[in-house]
Design a protein around this ligand. Structure first.
Ligand SMILES: [Zn+2]
Ligand SMILES: [Zn+2]
Length: 178
């Protein structure tokens, strides 16, 4: 098994350069990260590539942290991500029969990507996995109370400045009873 550490330049790996014993990549720089995301500290990734016929099985790990704006309270917060992934890459062409493809597609455990050529762009692959690992909603904390739609107060830190009967949803029920 080979071990490569990314240095100043990012590595594209050709399918035919992967040894039969597999290839382990440890990525310790942040070049592969999408430029539109604000990084907070660490950015580590590792991958293991193993050839299986005309395919490469890729398993890997991402350990990164970003600064996001909370969807509820609009405050900045750090979101750490630790995620494992597992995908299969397939060479283009008719290497695999349609029938066989169908069979593999039903294997829900594995995602299969078809390569455009025999080169694997490791940065693209890591970015793709990163976006899959990011939550749709960026919330600073499960208990985040957000901001009051009426007065704009951050309800995590401030008291709502609205009139009491507007901030208490039960006041409406009370009135109904009367
Ligand atoms: Zn929040
Ligand atoms: Zn309010």
């Amino acid at each position: 098994m080979e071990k490569i550490f990314f240095g100043a330049e990012l590595v594209k790996i050709d399918f035919y350069e992967i040894p039969d014993s597999g290839l382990f990549l440890s990525v310790d720089d942040a070049q592969w990260l999408p430029p539109d995301l604000e990084r907070a500290g660490r950015a580590e990734a590792s991958l293991l590539l193993k050839k299986r016929g005309q395919r490469i099985a890729v398993t890997g790990k991402l350990a990164v942290a970003f600064v996001f704006v909370c969807d509820r309270c609009l405050e900045k917060f750090t979101l750490p991500l630790d995620s494992d992934f597992s995908i299969e890459l397939e060479l283009p062409g008719d290497a695999v029969s349609e029938q066989e493809k169908d069979h593999f597609c039903h294997d829900a455990e594995m995602d299969i990507d078809i390569l455009h050529d025999t080169e694997i762009n490791i940065a693209d692959l890591l970015q793709q996995q990163l976006y899959l690992a990011l939550p749709m909603k960026k919330i600073c904390n499960e208990k985040c109370r957000g901001i009051c739609a009426n007065c704009g107060a951050n309800l995590n830190n401030d008291k709502c400045r609205c009139a009491p009967d507007r901030s208490n949803p039960f006041s409406v029920l009370t009135k109904l009873k009367i």
